[in-house]
Design a protein around this ligand. Structure first.
Ligand SMILES: *Cc1c(COP(=O)(O)O)cnc(C)c1O
Length: 470
């Protein structure tokens, strides 16, 4: 390909992305075409001959754009995901351009060193042990998996079993203790690790999905042998935090490994006015947290943080004679993959862009916006906010006082109507047996005005469905 063709293609991509991003505010916050439309639009016979970059990149964008979810939109509240801030996106473009296969420090020194420095910034911002090791993984699912792999190895090593060498057959059983409402991906991690999604001790939770006082200590008390405990910073519906001080106390008294799933909630540690939520979680042994949620890096980006760096490395180390060794930190030694994207660049860029103050302000602002949303919605007589809005999550029941099955059906119709109308995008979930509207305020661009028009759109959709049912 000629330099001229490449330049023209990249400039065209830049123009397209600029136009796409500039329209995020006005476009509906949902995709304009559905999956079937998009499958039909992409369907072609397998190409027999090649196409020039200038044509095919334009073709790809023409086909795809109508079916894109407006996840950078300021009124996109659908899931707990970030909005890929421009800085992270730009750093990610460089990352693709530089084409580093960033597994090894000697082979890709810039990528590895950038990752190491970004890791130290993360530990500082989140106020976690500065000597902890950090693996840059794809998402919190993999962060939790990686941390739990380290946990599995270490709790078995302490009873004289080498799981990395000898596997799980014949190993002493490990007890896993977690809150009844742990995130679904934690159970995936347990499955991948041979610990079993069902072979767990569930700790009862309160109305916010937070482990009840004293319940963890009671659950762990009777257990004999190796124990892995998993607590949560930021419940997926309510944003609630487990009571870490008492959990850490009881876990350590038992010699258990304590892991914290803090996919988005761990960032509360970076905001002085939210810091209190995560008090005590620094006493844990490992933490999983996303970059692609609150930090607004591009997907995929998350961090597996482990206090015992040796346990972390033992669980993930990839040794091969063709890889240079050297004495440095190899990114691949702390994650499940060998070939990997240089994720450190985008993380470095986002932290550099926000600074400590910017991250704190972003988290605080989103939490204030969530409270504003909760106030607006609960002004309606039969709309009930089910959670204590301590973070960025608002869990809403429509039709408080109505028969449950009726209100559930109406709530589902209301969610569909809100999405169709496109002013904002909210998701739904089943929580404590009821259909809720789930609102996550975590995108960089959201303002108070966005909250106000969105609350109005949600309430007017609700009134329309309620009226149609009457
Ligand atoms: C999002 C989330 C996960 C999964 O993270 P991914 O980045 O989607 O893999 C795990 N736990 C909690 C609490 C989450 O919010």
């Amino acid at each position: 390909m000629s330099q001229q063709d490449l330049r023209a293609a990249l400039q065209a991509v830049t123009e397209r992305v600029l136009a796409y991003r500039a329209s995020a505010d006005e476009r509906p916050q949902r995709p304009m075409r559905n999956y079937d439309d998009m499958r039909a639009a992409f369907a072609r016979a397998t190409p027999e001959t090649g196409a020039p970059i200038g044509e095919l990149i334009g073709e790809l964008a023409d086909i795809a754009e109508p079916g894109l979810a407006n996840m950078i939109g300021p009124r996109f509240f659908g899931w707990v995901i970030g909005a890929t801030a421009p800085v992270g996106m730009a750093a990610d473009w460089l990352t693709s351009g530089w084409a580093q296969n960033a597994g090894n420090a000697e082979a890709t020194p810039a990528a590895a060193a950038c990752e190491e420095v970004a890791a130290s910034w993360l530990l500082d911002l989140l106020d976690l042990p500065r000597a902890a090791s950090v693996g840059f993984v794809t998402g919190a699912t993999m962060a939790n998996f990686t941390c739990l792999a380290a946990a599995r190895g270490e709790v078995l090593r302490r009873v004289g079993w080498d799981v990395e060498a000898d596997g799980l057959f014949g190993a002493p059983p490990i007890h896993v203790v977690l809150g009844e409402e742990a995130h679904s991906t934690v159970f995936s991690g347990l499955r991948y690790l041979g610990l079993g999604a069902k072979r767990v001790v569930s700790v009862p939770v309160d109305g916010n999905g937070r482990m009840r006082e004293g319940a963890f200590a009671r659950a762990i008390e009777k257990l004999e042998g190796p124990v892995i405990a998993i607590a949560q910073a930021g419940h997926i519906n309510s944003g609630a935090f487990d009571p870490f001080d008492e959990i850490a106390e009881a876990a350590h008294a038992k010699g258990a490994w304590l892991h914290v799933d803090g996919a988005f909630g761990l960032w509360a540690r970076a905001a002085p006015d939210r810091m209190y939520l995560g008090r005590g979680l620094e006493r844990a042994d490992s933490w999983g947290v996303d970059g692609h949620k609150w930090l607004q890096t591009p997907h995929d980006s998350a961090y597996a943080i482990v206090r015992n760096a040796e346990a972390h490395r033992r669980a993930m180390l990839i040794a091969a004679s063709y890889l240079p060794e050297g004495e440095h930190r190899h990114p691949a030694d702390y994650v499940p993959e060998l070939s990997r994207r240089a994720r450190g660049f985008a993380t470095w860029a986002m932290i550099r862009a926000w600074g400590r103050e910017g991250i704190a302000a972003l988290v605080s602002r989103h939490c204030a916006l969530a409270r504003r949303m909760a106030e607006r919605l609960s002004a309606e007589a039969d709309v009930e906010v089910l959670n204590d809005v301590v973070l960025n999550q608002v869990a809403v029941r429509l039709g408080a006082g109505m028969d449950g099955a009726v209100s559930d059906a109406l709530a589902a119709r209301t969610i569909a109507r809100i999405q169709r109308e496109g002013v904002c995008f909210v998701g739904g979930a089943l929580w404590r047996g009821r259909q809720i509207v789930r609102i996550s305020i975590i995108g960089e661009a959201t303002t108070e005005a966005d909250i106000d028009v969105s609350a109005e759109a949600i309430l007017s959709a609700w009134r329309a469905e309620r009226g149609a049912n009457a």
